[in-house]
Design a protein around this ligand. Structure first.
Ligand code: MRU
Length: 344
């Protein structure tokens, strides 16, 4: 499996997800502004991967600050962190990573702080690798031999800089010797399902059928889907979950067809500071992502288009939330409070 994010000789190497699957392009970034742009332009994407990339980006930004005066250094560092905080609003992993990096900047001298920021970014990365592996192994118990699993967007190694969440669970179930197949929804507008999930599943040797987002109900009605499993960008204290736009529709459909609906996420995706999922900030992206596909216009020029990037699924549609610390079921407020957020 290729590495989506790697720290190499003081630079951040990313696999440009916007060009997959046609091209595998690795880019070395040594300027924090380029990391911010990579996150905004979704060259790096997926909640845990955004957090990891931002942590390394902050370490890069810190290493470029030239002053030896600690107060001046911290003022400039705060500016760097603010730029990352403004990159994408929904995935809470980003803000958890920024908080961790703020805490890691508590040392005495500038040189010492620069070193501890690099070490903290490496730790954040390693923890996501471990957490996604653990949650995948726990979640695999829910997937029975012969299951056909539907997943949305992309929640594999690319999205996590680790083992994957929703795709991690599917991978781990296969490693347990279960025979599985998958449906991947294309995930308009940016086609993470069509471009990335199918690509990752093929590499894992898991048979996958690509469908358009609007086909899910058809296949559920025909009894061809045994469960739905998705990732998450932020889970509020009440278990309401933000994930890629279209997730809510799939959850309602799964409920209507009596199909289990699972959310898989590391605890860095839990935000206990929000009592309701409807407080989660939803990113609005450019309408051009809807009116165009990879630069090619598909709608009348000037048409009004909406582009909310995420939606919120109420907890009554969620059968279970799979984390590295355990599988949480209703009542979610209680279970999530017990598990907590790794970084809070
Ligand atoms: O806009 P994206 O592609 O960053 O959205 C990603 C998702 O919605 C994923 O499902 C989510 O981040 C989980 S990643 C393990």
């Amino acid at each position: 499996m290729v590495r989506a994010i790697e720290w190499l000789d003081g630079k951040l190497r990313i696999l440009d997800q916007s060009r997959l699957p046609q091209e595998q392009v690795f880019t070395d970034l040594d300027d924090y502004g380029d990391v911010v742009r990579a996150i905004k332009e979704m060259k790096v994407r997926g909640a845990p991967a955004i957090g990891v990339a931002a942590a390394y980006g902050i370490a890069l930004g810190a290493s470029d600050i030239e002053t030896d005066n600690k107060d001046e250094f911290l003022t400039e560092l705060a500016q760097v962190m603010q730029t990352f905080a403004a990159s994408r609003p929904t995935a809470v992993n980003l803000f958890q990573a920024i908080r961790r990096m703020q805490k890691a900047a508590g040392g005495d001298g500038v040189a010492e702080i620069k070193k501890s920021l690099i070490n903290e970014a490496k730790r954040i990365h390693q923890e996501e690798v471990t957490a996604t592996k653990q949650l995948s192994q726990l979640g695999a118990e829910l997937i029975k031999d012969g299951f056909s699993v539907l997943t949305h967007c992309n929640a594999g190694p690319l999205a996590t800089a680790g083992y994957g969440t929703a795709l991690g669970v599917i991978k781990a179930a296969k490693e347990q010797g279960k025979k599985l197949s998958a449906f991947a929804t294309e995930t308009r507008p940016l086609l993470q399902g069509a471009r990335l999930t199918t690509w990752e599943l093929i590499q894992e040797g898991i048979p996958v059928t690509l469908i358009t987002d609007s086909m899910a109900g058809y296949f559920m009605k025909r009894g061809e889907i045994d469960c739905v499993i998705v990732g998450a960008d932020r889970i509020a204290a009440n278990g309401y979950t933000a994930n890629k736009i279209g997730t809510y529709t799939l959850a309602v459909l799964a409920d209507a067809h009596g199909i289990p609906f699972y959310v898989a996420a590391p605890t860095t995706t839990i935000d206990l500071s929000l009592t309701s999922g409807y407080q989660i900030p939803i990113e609005e992206r450019s309408p051009e992502e809807v009116t165009h596909i990879r630069g090619v216009p598909i709608a009348p020029k000037g048409i009004r288009a909406a582009n909310p990037a995420f939606d919120v699924t109420p907890n009554n549609y969620i059968t279970a939330i799979i984390t590295e610390k355990g599988i949480v079921r209703s009542p979610y407020a209680e279970g999530l409070k017990t598990i907590g957020s790794r970084s809070s």
